[in-house]
Structure formats: structure tokens, C-alpha cells
Design a protein around this ligand. Structure first.
Ligand code: ADP
Ligand code: MG
Length: 371
């Protein structure tokens, strides 16, 4: 796939997959509209070239009928309309035939359909990439443009399947992501150091294995560090860590395989019987000597003031070096924002799982040839 150009879309109906999985408060109000803002460049480009734009996106997870209201894209539609100063036609209809009729019969240039995951209520059609849903989406348009970087590691109907039936391209947001992340795909700046923190090691184990083959150092924090410490036989008491013996065994094997690459901090911040943050001292030297640093996940519970020190220190150290510094992951990006350090990193990816998979496997499902 390549970046969309004018000739691909001029005066055509264009189905655009965006990532409007926005953070909301308990009333369902959008608390951060940056995902919507990031979609504007591609939308404006398409509209300026006479395309009719039909937007689709996932939002949250839909497990029952109540979730449909909770995760409706209506509020996103209103916000998009404000940001573009333009009418956005929001289509709630979920029946394939009726929705198609509506789309075919309106001339409005900017349309947003309801959350793609409403179809997960029916045999997980979106997440399982159902043929029926894929066909429905592709019949709405002449051309497909994917600009949902954060969802592009997924083989869903709206990210992966729909390309089977439509000429497919990617938009400006994905283009920017790829251009910035490519230095983590083919590593030509070394030492290359990865900091991996966050909560659950289970989610990231395959990625960790893949990254270990590429990086020079892997510094650990959060629940991931706790799990490795546990695998080593250290008593982490009640700290967050995996309880799965087979995973612990795998972590032990990794520690034996890469004794010099995997760095485990010894300076732990305890509260009662839990490790909630770490001191970054043990990683300082390695970080300072690195030419390329990728950070995914935080060293501690940065959401609480008491346990922000490790995260702040890590960001301080890496942004003071000359290294290229790249952030991946939603919570990690929120931490950067919280400490007002956005301008200090080389690049902050809009994808969590997507940036990790791209860096670990050098590819993304939704951009690969369909099979
Ligand atoms: P991202 O969303 O950037 O991929 P993660 O979700 O993997 O990052 O990691 C960030 C989360 O990890 C934060 O919510 C943070 O509170 C949590 N976390 C970090 N350290 C710990 C710890 N020691 N115990 C429990 N949770 C932790
Ligand atoms: Mg997270």
C-alpha cells in the first residue's frame, strides 16, 4: 500500500477508516480530541479534491446493547463538525441494506457511520473480519483509505478485510507514523535501547521476544519488571505480576538467554507490600549512551503523584541526551502530556499495540498484502 494521491480519489466516494477511539469521562464527554484532530489532514485533502468522504471507526468495546449508546460516535461527529466548521452527517442505521440506501441517496460530502464494533454484537463480525461486513463497507465506496494507525495491527473487517474489494491506500497520519517509526524497523543507530514498562507482561511477551533480537538493551519497569523479578526468584510480595507459571518459566529462559541485554532495576519504590515505582538510576548510563531509545509503558503508576518520580526521571534522562527518542503507547503518551514534555521527544506515536507490532515485526497486518 502507498500514500493516497489526488488522482486516486478525485470526485470519488471514499471510505476512510479513522481512529476515533477517544478517551471519555463518566458522562461520555470527550476529554481529549487529539485523535480527531489528527484525522483532519487526510479528511481536508479528500474534501478539497472533490471526494465524498465516508468515515468509519471503532470506539470502545461493544459487548451488549447498552454499549451501543455508550460508545456511539455521535459526540465525535459533533466535535468533528466543530473542528472542521462543516456539517457532518451522522448515520446511526446499522442494517446493511438501509444504511447503504441512506448513503447512496445523500449528496453530503462528509458522512460518519456508527461505531464499527456494533457489528461485534453479531458473531464478532468486525473483529473476526466477516465477509458480509467487509462486503457492506466496500459497497459504500469506490476507494478505501486507511488512516487509523492505532488499529492497523488488527485484521478486522474495517482495517484489513475491506481492502479485498476496493483500491486501497493509506492517509497522511499513517504516512507520518511510518516515516517516523522506520528508524525502529531497520536499526542503523546503535546502541538501540528499549524501555518497556506498564502493567501486564502477558500482553507484551511475544513483542518482548521479538524486540530482544533487535535491541542492544531492554530496560524494564512496572508490572513487567515485577514479573521478571519474580521469575528470577525475588520476593515481590503483592506487587502486580503474572501468576502464570508457564510465562514465568519463559521469562526465566529469556533472562538466561540475554543476561546482558535485559536490565532489571534494583531500586524499587515500595508501598506496604507492593512495588509501585522504580528509581531510574540503574538505567541512566545505558540511556545516556544510547543513540536510539524507544519507550513503551511507564516505570510506575504515573497517574498518582506519589509514584511519578520514575516516569519523570526516565523522560528527563532520555530527552537530555542526543538520542532519537520515540514514545509508543496510549498511557505513555498521556504521561508525556501530563508532564508537558511533548515537544522534547523526537516522535510520539499515536498507536500503542500498532507501534509495538510494527517495531517488533517490521510490518502491520492492515498494510500487508491481503491473504
Ligand atoms: P501504554 O498504554 O503506553 O502501552 P501500559 O498500559 O502498558 O502503557 O502501561 C501504563 C500503565 O502501567 C499505567 O496505567 C501505570 O499505572 C501502570 N503501571 C506501571 N507500573 C505499575 C506497577 N508497578 N504496578 C501497577 N501498575 C503499574
Ligand atoms: Mg495502556
Amino acid at each position: 500500500m502507498r500514500l493516497v494521491i489526488k488522482e486516486d480519489i478525485s470526485k470519488k466516494r471514499v471510505l476512510v477508516r479513522v481512529d476515533y477511539n477517544v478517551p471519555v469521562n463518566e458522562n461520555g464527554d470527550i476529554i481529549d480530541n487529539s485523535r480527531i484532530e489528527k484525522s483532519l489532514k487526510t479528511i481536508k485533502f479528500l474534501l478539497e479534491n472533490g471526494a465524498q468522504v465516508i468515515l468509519i471507526s471503532h470506539f470502545g468495546r461493544i459487548k451488549n446493547e447498552n454499549d451501543i449508546e455508550k460508545y456511539s460516535l455521535k459526540k465525535v461527529s459533533d466535535e468533528l463538525s466543530i473542528l472542521l466548521n462543516k456539517k457532518v452527517t451522522f448515520i446511526k442505521e446499522r442494517d446493511f441494506e438501509l444504511a447503504k440506501e441512506i448513503v447512496y441517496n445523500i449528496n453530503d460530502s462528509l458522512i460518519l457511520l456508527e461505531n464499527t464494533r456494533i457489528y461485534d454484537l453479531y458473531d464478532k463480525m468486525e473483529s473476526n473480519c466477516s465477509e458480509e461486513l467487509t462486503k457492506f463497507y466496500s459497497e459504500l465506496a469506490d476507494v478505501y483509505v486507511n488512516d487509523a494507525f492505532g488499529a492497523s495491527h488488527r485484521r478486522h473487517a474495517s482495517t484489513y478485510g475491506v481492502r479485498k474489494y476496493l483500491p486501497s491506500y493509506y492517509g497522511y497520519l499513517i504516512d507520518e507514523e511510518l516515516n517516523n517509526l522506520n528508524c525502529l524497523v531497520d536499526i542503523n543507530q546503535r546502541p538501540f535501547t528499549v524501555f518497556m514498562g506498564g502493567a501486564k507482561v502477558e500482553d507484551k511477551l511475544i513483542i518482548i521476544k521479538s524486540l530482544l533480537k533487535k535491541c542492544d538493551y531492554l530496560c524494564l519497569g512496572g508490572g513487567i519488571l515485577n514479573s521478571f523479578l519474580k521469575a528470577k526468584g525475588f520476593d515481590i510480595k503483592n506487587s502486580l505480576a503474572t501468576k502464570d507459571d508457564s510465562i514465568l518459566k519463559e521469562l526465566k529462559i529469556l533472562l538466561d538467554l540475554y543476561p546482558e541485554k535485559i536490565l532489571l532495576s534494583n531500586e524499587l519504590t515500595w508501598e506496604d507490600d507492593k512495588i509501585l515505582d522504580i528509581n531510574i538510576n540503574d538505567y541512566k548510563k545505558v540511556m545516556e549512551n544510547s543513540k536510539l531509545v524507544f519507550i513503551n509503558g511507564t516505570p510506575g503508576i504515573f497517574e498518582e503523584i506519589k509514584y511519578q518520580k520514575g516516569t519523570k526521571e526516565l523522560f528527563d534522562i532520555v530527552t537530555k541526551t542526543k538520542a532519537k527518542t520515540i514514545i509508543g503507547g496510549g498511557d505513555t503518551a498521556s504521561a508525556v502530556k501530563m508532564f508537558n514534555m511533548e515537544g522534547k521527544f523526537s516522535f510520539i506515536s499515536s498507536g500503542g499495540g500498532a507501534s509495538l507490532e510494527y517495531v517488533a515485526y517490521n510490518k502491520l497486518n492492515a498494510l500487508e498484502e491481503i491473504c
